[in-house]
Design a protein around this ligand. Structure first.
Ligand SMILES: C[S@@+](CC[C@H](N)C(=O)[O-])C[C@H]1O[C@@H](n2cnc3c(N)ncnc32)[C@H](O)[C@@H]1O
Length: 213
């Protein structure tokens, strides 16, 4: 038998289903990611791809960290002097971002935003990064939202990742070659670098760095 309950505050309330053993079967992105972040230790380590991002970044301008989670990438960009906005659906993540920014003496603007429901937030950006979050509708939106000369950085695991890891599930994985095909389809993007393969964390990822021309 399934029962229903509400999750994470009135304004976010969506029905979730709880089975006989009390297990939640369906949750919206906000509830799911809040729960994950509540259960996980915080970390100051940015994703591995940030080491490749940093040398390409300008030291000023507007940067958008899409589904930026706990803000480790945002912190690295803010340290360089960029004016950073992080959007994410998880309020718990955004609290961690605020704590991190305060502790490091950085300014990071945050916006709780459901990218799946509402798309990319308004704005034009000099840098957009999107690491480990897949929403195919966002790919063209991110390219469109870049200022001329702006940098697009994307790293997302591909389907081959399933050969060694069961998570993320297929719904959250790019097809092999998909990100390259997207970049090549855009005449307004100059590809600076593209890699697809196993990284040092044993994740099979596609990594794109491109400039809006
Ligand atoms: C795997 S984490 C990646 C976090 C960060 N970009 C990184 O690479 O460390 C995926 C992120 O996507 C966010 N997310 C999931 N669904 C979302 C949605 N519908 N709208 C906005 N953010 C979402 C989660 O809260 C989480 O922070």
């Amino acid at each position: 038998m399934l029962s229903v309950g509400r999750s994470w505050g009135d304004d976010a309330a969506r029905l979730v289903r709880v089975d006989d053993e009390g297990l939640i079967n369906e949750m919206d992105d906000r509830a799911r990611w809040n729960q994950r972040y509540e259960a996980a230790e915080d970390t100051d380590s940015p994703p591995a791809v940030v080491a490749q991002l940093l040398p390409l970044l300008p030291s000023s301008g507007q940067a958008l960290d899409v589904a930026g989670g706990r803000g480790t990438t945002s912190a690295a960009m803010a340290e360089l002097g960029l004016d950073v906005t992080l959007v994410d659906v998880s309020d718990v993540a955004l609290v961690r971002v605020a704590d991190r920014a305060r502790r490091l003496g950085l300014v990071i603007s945050t916006e709780r935003h459901d990218l799946r429901a509402d798309g990319l937030p308004e704005g034009r950006w000099d840098v957009i990064c999107c690491f480990h979050y897949l929403d195919r509708d966002l790919l063209p939106q991110m390219a469109d939202a870049l200022n001329r000369g702006g940098l697009l950085a994307i790293a997302i695991a591909t389907r081959t990742n399933l050969e060694r890891r069961s998570r993320p599930s297929a719904a959250h994985l790019l097809e092999d070659g998909e990100l390259a095909a997207f970049a090549e389809s855009r005449s307004d993007l100059e590809i600076l670098s593209y890699n697809e393969g196993w990284n040092e964390h044993d994740r099979h990822e596609a990594e794109l760095f491109a400039r809006r021309v």
